[in-house]
Design a protein around this ligand. Structure first.
Ligand code: HEC
Length: 321
């Protein structure tokens, strides 16, 4: 005849099985279902739920009949009356309070914790004061730069930023336009082209057209270099944005590029996350160090486009009108 398993071992086996299923079984199963490279752990409160329900069910089972209870208590009585030997009894009587004491100690012992600290988004400790008065050279393009642009446009030889030139050349090859600037649909550019044809160029229209060209280059450079993180809408929601604990900045938010002087924005773009002082921790900024891969001129063009796309203006430095 098969030996019957007692009620006590069954209770222990069921408790261990329920615990193991909740602790490791469900996370492993969740991984199969979600296909994610990590398991979804069962929250502590839910663990408590499962275990409490298991204990209640076992309690009902054990106390259902007088025999059940007697069967359950039999090994305990046997142990306490020395049926398993003096040594076994002594060990259990020591182990139970020892485990309880260890649990209480674990719960109450104070732990060293890193104090919570707020991140300073605009640390200024290593921002060079000399940068504060910087302004974007494309805000007010100098006279001779505009004259060069007019000459280039007259000869239909407008030169673009090297990062966008290839695409514009490809476009020109395909469409064979009368003038290279035709791809810019903005009104000032159209007017400028008409004036060029009639050979009566007004300086103001030329300047407006030149600004459109700079903005175009800035937007294109933004799309190529910054969009992945800061997003099409410059709202910090690019396709890569969710991957960073410290989210790429939302430029349309009033607390970002509008609250800082443009020299500061320039410095931030130039030095990226690696250039930030410790006040800007505890999370590392993924913002790249753009001085390594973009020229100063390219960075100013992008900043011009960045403020334009966000419909913001930089803060005016102290003591400047
Ligand atoms: C790899 C992702 C990534 C790319 C690409 C990226 N950024 Fe950032 N950027 C960030 C993150 C993350 C932050 C926010 C953390 C911080 O404060 O440094 C940030 C912050 C900034 C800030 C600071 C704004 C403020 O209010 O202090 C500016 C300005 C900025 N980025 C401009 C740019 C420009 C311009 C480009 C393209 C040339 C660019 N970023 C490309 C990730 C990126």
């Amino acid at each position: 005849m098969m030996r019957r398993i007692g009620t006590f071992p069954i209770v222990v086996i069921v408790l261990v099985a329920v615990y193991a299923a909740a602790k490791w079984g469900i996370p492993a199963f969740s991984r199969q279902v979600t296909g994610l490279p990590f398991p979804l752990p069962v929250p502590g409160t839910l663990m408590l739920f499962y275990m409490t329900l298991a204990v209640i069910a076992l309690f009902l089972m054990v106390t259902f009949s007088e025999e059940g209870l007697t069967d359950f208590l039999r090994p305990i009585r046997k142990l306490l009356s020395g049926g398993y030997g003096q040594i076994a009894r002594g060990l259990v009587l020591l182990a139970v309070p020892a485990i309880a004491a260890w649990q209480v100690y674990e719960l109450t012992v104070p732990r060293a914790q890193v104090p919570a600290s707020l991140r300073i988004q605009h640390p200024s400790s290593n921002f060079p004061v000399s940068s504060e008065g910087l302004h974007n050279p494309f805000d007010e393009p100098p006279e001779d730069e505009i004259n060069v642009f007019i000459e280039q446009a007259r000869a239909n030889e407008v030169i673009f930023d090297p990062q966008v030139q290839d695409d514009i050349d490809a476009w020109a090859d395909e469409w064979d336009p009368d003038h290279i600037l035709e791809f810019l649909a903005a009104a000032p550019v159209k007017e400028f082209l008409t004036q060029l044809e009639n050979d009566e160029v007004s300086h103001d229209i030329a300047e407006a057209a030149y600004r459109e060209k700079i903005l175009f280059e800035g937007r294109a450079l933004y799309a190529m270099n910054c969009r992945a993180c800061h997003g099409d809408s410059v709202a910090g929601d690019g396709p890569m944005a969710d991957g960073f604990k410290l989210r790429p900045i939302n430029f349309t938010d009033n607390g970002t590029i509008e609250t800082i002087v443009v020299g500061y924005t320039f410095w931030r773009v130039e030095n990226g996350g690696p250039g930030l002082p410790t006040e800007a921790t505890p999370w590392d900024s993924a913002m790249p160090e753009w001085k390594l891969s973009l020229t100063e001129e390219q960075r100013w063009k992008i900043i011009q486009a960045e403020y334009d796309l966000a419909e913001k203006t930089p803060r005016i430095p102290e003591g400047h009108e």
